[in-house]
Design a binder for this molecule. Structure first.
Ligand code: GUN
Length: 298
Protein backbone atom coordinates (compact mmCIF):
# COMPACT_ATOMS: atom_id res chain seq x y z
CA UNK A 1 0.00 0.00 0.00
CA UNK A 2 1.15 3.55 -0.61
CA UNK A 3 -0.79 5.97 1.53
CA UNK A 4 -2.89 8.70 -0.03
CA UNK A 5 -1.78 12.24 0.79
CA UNK A 6 -3.87 14.41 3.08
CA UNK A 7 -3.67 17.85 1.48
CA UNK A 8 -3.70 20.34 4.35
CA UNK A 9 -3.08 23.30 2.06
CA UNK A 10 -6.22 22.56 0.08
CA UNK A 11 -8.46 21.91 3.09
CA UNK A 12 -7.11 25.02 4.85
CA UNK A 13 -7.93 27.09 1.78
CA UNK A 14 -11.52 25.76 1.83
CA UNK A 15 -11.81 26.58 5.53
CA UNK A 16 -10.40 30.06 5.05
CA UNK A 17 -12.93 30.63 2.25
CA UNK A 18 -15.72 29.71 4.70
CA UNK A 19 -14.33 32.06 7.34
CA UNK A 20 -13.97 34.83 4.72
CA UNK A 21 -17.66 34.50 3.81
CA UNK A 22 -18.69 34.54 7.47
CA UNK A 23 -16.54 37.60 8.15
CA UNK A 24 -18.09 39.37 5.16
CA UNK A 25 -21.59 38.61 6.44
CA UNK A 26 -20.62 39.76 9.95
CA UNK A 27 -19.29 43.06 8.62
CA UNK A 28 -22.23 43.49 6.21
CA UNK A 29 -24.51 43.23 9.25
CA UNK A 30 -22.89 46.39 10.64
CA UNK A 31 -20.15 44.95 12.85
CA UNK A 32 -16.50 45.97 12.77
CA UNK A 33 -14.11 43.31 11.39
CA UNK A 34 -12.75 40.81 13.94
CA UNK A 35 -9.41 41.88 15.44
CA UNK A 36 -6.52 39.61 16.44
CA UNK A 37 -3.76 41.00 18.66
CA UNK A 38 -0.49 39.07 18.39
CA UNK A 39 2.27 39.51 20.97
CA UNK A 40 5.85 38.50 20.13
CA UNK A 41 8.53 38.54 22.81
CA UNK A 42 12.04 38.61 21.33
CA UNK A 43 12.87 37.85 17.71
CA UNK A 44 13.06 34.05 17.38
CA UNK A 45 13.17 33.47 13.59
CA UNK A 46 10.75 30.50 13.76
CA UNK A 47 8.24 32.59 15.70
CA UNK A 48 8.61 35.46 13.23
CA UNK A 49 7.84 33.05 10.36
CA UNK A 50 4.74 31.65 12.11
CA UNK A 51 3.47 35.11 12.99
CA UNK A 52 3.95 36.18 9.36
CA UNK A 53 1.79 33.25 8.22
CA UNK A 54 -0.89 34.10 10.80
CA UNK A 55 -1.10 37.80 9.93
CA UNK A 56 -1.17 37.02 6.18
CA UNK A 57 -4.05 34.62 6.80
CA UNK A 58 -5.88 37.35 8.73
CA UNK A 59 -5.56 39.71 5.76
CA UNK A 60 -6.76 36.94 3.45
CA UNK A 61 -10.03 36.40 5.35
CA UNK A 62 -10.76 40.01 6.31
CA UNK A 63 -9.65 39.86 9.95
CA UNK A 64 -7.70 42.89 11.20
CA UNK A 65 -4.55 42.18 13.19
CA UNK A 66 -1.61 43.87 14.85
CA UNK A 67 1.63 42.49 16.27
CA UNK A 68 3.13 44.02 19.39
CA UNK A 69 6.85 43.25 19.46
CA UNK A 70 8.42 43.32 22.89
CA UNK A 71 12.12 42.95 23.79
CA UNK A 72 13.31 39.59 25.10
CA UNK A 73 14.54 41.41 28.22
CA UNK A 74 10.98 42.33 29.22
CA UNK A 75 10.01 41.53 32.82
CA UNK A 76 7.14 39.22 33.70
CA UNK A 77 5.29 42.18 35.17
CA UNK A 78 5.66 44.34 32.04
CA UNK A 79 4.52 41.48 29.82
CA UNK A 80 1.52 40.87 32.05
CA UNK A 81 0.63 44.56 31.86
CA UNK A 82 0.84 44.46 28.06
CA UNK A 83 -1.56 41.50 27.98
CA UNK A 84 -3.93 43.16 30.47
CA UNK A 85 -4.12 46.24 28.23
CA UNK A 86 -5.28 44.02 25.35
CA UNK A 87 -7.76 42.28 27.67
CA UNK A 88 -9.32 45.63 28.53
CA UNK A 89 -9.43 46.91 24.95
CA UNK A 90 -12.88 46.06 23.61
CA UNK A 91 -11.62 46.54 20.04
CA UNK A 92 -9.51 43.38 20.54
CA UNK A 93 -11.35 40.07 20.05
CA UNK A 94 -8.49 37.58 20.16
CA UNK A 95 -5.07 37.63 21.83
CA UNK A 96 -2.22 35.32 20.88
CA UNK A 97 1.12 35.34 22.69
CA UNK A 98 3.52 33.46 20.43
CA UNK A 99 5.39 30.65 22.21
CA UNK A 100 8.04 29.75 23.20
CA UNK A 101 8.88 32.64 25.50
CA UNK A 102 12.41 33.51 26.66
CA UNK A 103 13.53 31.30 29.56
CA UNK A 104 12.96 33.82 32.36
CA UNK A 105 9.24 34.08 31.58
CA UNK A 106 6.62 31.52 32.61
CA UNK A 107 4.33 30.62 29.72
CA UNK A 108 1.75 29.38 32.26
CA UNK A 109 1.61 32.76 34.00
CA UNK A 110 1.36 34.63 30.70
CA UNK A 111 -1.38 32.36 29.34
CA UNK A 112 -3.35 32.72 32.57
CA UNK A 113 -3.16 36.50 32.28
CA UNK A 114 -5.04 36.40 28.94
CA UNK A 115 -8.80 36.90 29.24
CA UNK A 116 -10.09 33.38 28.52
CA UNK A 117 -12.81 34.89 26.33
CA UNK A 118 -10.05 36.19 24.03
CA UNK A 119 -7.85 33.06 24.21
CA UNK A 120 -8.07 32.04 20.55
CA UNK A 121 -5.17 29.58 21.01
CA UNK A 122 -7.30 27.61 23.50
CA UNK A 123 -4.39 27.43 25.97
CA UNK A 124 -5.99 29.10 29.02
CA UNK A 125 -6.85 26.71 31.91
CA UNK A 126 -10.52 27.73 31.55
CA UNK A 127 -10.58 26.57 27.92
CA UNK A 128 -8.45 23.48 28.55
CA UNK A 129 -10.73 22.64 31.48
CA UNK A 130 -13.86 23.05 29.40
CA UNK A 131 -12.34 20.81 26.73
CA UNK A 132 -11.67 18.14 29.37
CA UNK A 133 -15.28 18.47 30.49
CA UNK A 134 -16.46 18.10 26.88
CA UNK A 135 -18.01 21.57 26.83
CA UNK A 136 -17.91 24.12 23.99
CA UNK A 137 -14.64 26.05 24.16
CA UNK A 138 -11.84 27.56 22.12
CA UNK A 139 -10.16 24.38 20.96
CA UNK A 140 -6.41 24.34 20.50
CA UNK A 141 -5.85 25.11 16.81
CA UNK A 142 -3.63 22.19 15.71
CA UNK A 143 -5.80 19.38 17.12
CA UNK A 144 -8.96 21.15 15.94
CA UNK A 145 -7.39 21.41 12.47
CA UNK A 146 -6.59 17.69 12.49
CA UNK A 147 -10.25 16.95 13.21
CA UNK A 148 -11.19 19.07 10.19
CA UNK A 149 -8.89 16.86 8.10
CA UNK A 150 -10.62 13.71 9.41
CA UNK A 151 -13.98 15.26 8.49
CA UNK A 152 -12.91 16.40 5.01
CA UNK A 153 -11.48 12.99 4.08
CA UNK A 154 -14.30 11.05 5.83
CA UNK A 155 -11.76 9.27 8.02
CA UNK A 156 -13.66 7.53 10.81
CA UNK A 157 -12.42 8.07 14.35
CA UNK A 158 -15.17 6.63 16.54
CA UNK A 159 -14.27 3.38 18.31
CA UNK A 160 -10.88 3.14 16.62
CA UNK A 161 -7.57 2.95 18.44
CA UNK A 162 -5.91 6.36 18.31
CA UNK A 163 -2.33 6.69 19.50
CA UNK A 164 -0.85 10.12 20.20
CA UNK A 165 2.94 10.37 20.45
CA UNK A 166 3.92 13.47 22.42
CA UNK A 167 2.07 15.00 25.35
CA UNK A 168 2.67 18.74 24.94
CA UNK A 169 0.12 21.27 26.13
CA UNK A 170 -0.11 22.72 22.62
CA UNK A 171 -0.77 19.56 20.60
CA UNK A 172 -0.46 16.08 22.14
CA UNK A 173 -2.47 16.57 25.28
CA UNK A 174 -5.47 18.45 23.79
CA UNK A 175 -5.37 16.06 20.79
CA UNK A 176 -5.73 13.06 23.11
CA UNK A 177 -8.55 14.79 24.96
CA UNK A 178 -10.43 15.51 21.74
CA UNK A 179 -9.89 12.00 20.44
CA UNK A 180 -11.26 10.42 23.58
CA UNK A 181 -14.22 12.69 24.37
CA UNK A 182 -17.71 12.44 22.88
CA UNK A 183 -18.99 15.93 22.07
CA UNK A 184 -15.70 16.93 20.55
CA UNK A 185 -16.30 14.21 17.97
CA UNK A 186 -13.57 11.72 18.91
CA UNK A 187 -15.05 8.71 20.71
CA UNK A 188 -11.80 6.84 20.03
CA UNK A 189 -9.96 4.51 22.37
CA UNK A 190 -6.94 6.65 23.01
CA UNK A 191 -3.36 5.98 24.09
CA UNK A 192 -0.88 8.76 24.90
CA UNK A 193 2.83 7.99 24.52
CA UNK A 194 5.58 10.32 25.69
CA UNK A 195 9.26 10.37 26.50
CA UNK A 196 8.78 8.01 29.45
CA UNK A 197 6.98 5.37 27.36
CA UNK A 198 9.09 2.21 27.50
CA UNK A 199 8.29 0.36 24.32
CA UNK A 200 6.93 2.89 21.83
CA UNK A 201 6.47 0.32 19.03
CA UNK A 202 4.26 -1.85 21.23
CA UNK A 203 1.73 1.02 21.14
CA UNK A 204 2.23 2.52 17.68
CA UNK A 205 1.92 -0.89 15.98
CA UNK A 206 -1.69 -1.23 17.13
CA UNK A 207 -2.76 2.29 16.11
CA UNK A 208 -5.57 2.76 13.58
CA UNK A 209 -4.88 6.49 13.81
CA UNK A 210 -1.40 7.70 14.73
CA UNK A 211 -0.80 11.36 15.61
CA UNK A 212 2.87 12.19 16.06
CA UNK A 213 3.83 15.46 17.74
CA UNK A 214 7.17 14.77 19.39
CA UNK A 215 9.54 17.12 17.59
CA UNK A 216 11.98 14.32 16.66
CA UNK A 217 12.81 13.62 13.03
CA UNK A 218 12.48 9.96 11.96
CA UNK A 219 11.05 8.90 15.34
CA UNK A 220 8.42 6.72 13.64
CA UNK A 221 9.53 4.26 10.94
CA UNK A 222 7.55 1.94 8.73
CA UNK A 223 8.16 -1.15 10.85
CA UNK A 224 6.54 0.59 13.85
CA UNK A 225 3.06 0.91 12.28
CA UNK A 226 0.47 -1.47 10.94
CA UNK A 227 -0.90 -1.79 7.43
CA UNK A 228 -3.69 0.72 6.75
CA UNK A 229 -2.86 3.17 9.56
CA UNK A 230 -3.87 6.85 9.21
CA UNK A 231 -0.79 8.95 10.03
CA UNK A 232 -0.92 12.58 11.09
CA UNK A 233 2.60 14.00 11.34
CA UNK A 234 2.64 17.25 13.32
CA UNK A 235 6.43 17.54 13.47
CA UNK A 236 8.18 20.46 11.75
CA UNK A 237 11.92 19.88 12.05
CA UNK A 238 14.65 21.82 10.26
CA UNK A 239 17.34 19.56 8.82
CA UNK A 240 20.54 21.12 7.46
CA UNK A 241 20.59 20.73 3.67
CA UNK A 242 23.16 22.47 1.43
CA UNK A 243 21.12 21.74 -1.69
CA UNK A 244 18.39 24.12 -0.47
CA UNK A 245 18.88 27.89 -0.89
CA UNK A 246 17.88 28.55 2.71
CA UNK A 247 20.31 25.87 3.96
CA UNK A 248 17.70 23.54 5.48
CA UNK A 249 14.65 21.51 4.62
CA UNK A 250 11.60 20.70 6.70
CA UNK A 251 10.81 17.15 7.77
CA UNK A 252 8.21 15.69 10.10
CA UNK A 253 8.57 13.20 12.95
CA UNK A 254 7.97 10.20 10.65
CA UNK A 255 10.34 8.57 8.20
CA UNK A 256 7.99 9.52 5.39
CA UNK A 257 8.79 6.92 2.71
CA UNK A 258 8.70 3.84 4.93
CA UNK A 259 5.63 4.96 6.89
CA UNK A 260 3.76 5.87 3.72
CA UNK A 261 4.32 2.32 2.41
CA UNK A 262 2.11 1.02 5.24
CA UNK A 263 -0.36 3.88 5.64
CA UNK A 264 -3.80 4.33 4.08
CA UNK A 265 -3.58 8.11 4.59
CA UNK A 266 -0.65 10.32 5.57
CA UNK A 267 0.02 14.05 5.97
CA UNK A 268 3.10 15.45 4.20
CA UNK A 269 5.50 17.90 5.88
CA UNK A 270 5.23 20.67 4.90
CA UNK A 271 1.68 21.09 3.57
CA UNK A 272 -0.14 18.78 5.98
CA UNK A 273 -1.09 19.93 9.45
CA UNK A 274 0.68 23.34 9.46
CA UNK A 275 -1.77 25.27 7.25
CA UNK A 276 -4.70 23.84 9.22
CA UNK A 277 -3.41 25.35 12.48
CA UNK A 278 -3.49 28.81 10.91
CA UNK A 279 -6.95 28.27 9.39
CA UNK A 280 -8.37 27.21 12.77
CA UNK A 281 -6.90 30.31 14.38
CA UNK A 282 -8.94 32.35 11.90
CA UNK A 283 -12.04 30.39 12.84
CA UNK A 284 -11.44 30.87 16.58
CA UNK A 285 -10.89 34.61 16.10
CA UNK A 286 -14.21 34.89 14.30
CA UNK A 287 -15.92 32.91 17.10
CA UNK A 288 -14.36 35.29 19.64
CA UNK A 289 -15.56 38.37 17.72
CA UNK A 290 -19.08 37.00 17.50
CA UNK A 291 -19.15 35.94 21.14
CA UNK A 292 -20.16 32.46 19.98
CA UNK A 293 -18.50 30.61 22.86
CA UNK A 294 -18.63 33.24 25.57
CA UNK A 295 -21.36 35.80 24.85
CA UNK A 296 -20.02 39.36 24.76
CA UNK A 297 -21.23 41.76 27.46
CA UNK A 298 -23.94 44.14 26.18
N1 GUN B 1 4.11 28.10 19.19
C1 GUN B 1 4.03 26.96 18.46
N2 GUN B 1 2.72 26.73 18.14
C2 GUN B 1 2.01 27.74 18.69
C3 GUN B 1 0.62 28.06 18.69
O1 GUN B 1 -0.24 27.33 18.15
N3 GUN B 1 0.27 29.19 19.34
C4 GUN B 1 1.19 29.98 19.97
N4 GUN B 1 0.74 31.07 20.61
N5 GUN B 1 2.47 29.71 19.99
C5 GUN B 1 2.88 28.60 19.34
Amino acid sequence: MSGKLIDGRKVAELLRAEVREDVEAWVAAGNRPPFLQVVQVGADPGSTTYIGAKTRACRDVGIDSATERLPDTISARELRNAVLRHNENDQVDGILVQLPLPGHLSSHAVIESIDYRKDVDGFHPMNVGRLSLDQPTFRSCTPAGIFELFKHYSIPVKSRHAVVVGASNIVGSPMATMLSRENTSGKATTTICHKFTKDLTQHTISADILVVAAGQPNLIRGEMVKEGVVVIDVGINRIADDTEDRGYRLVGDCHFESVREKASWITPVPGGVGPMTVAMLMKNTLLAAKGSIYPKPE
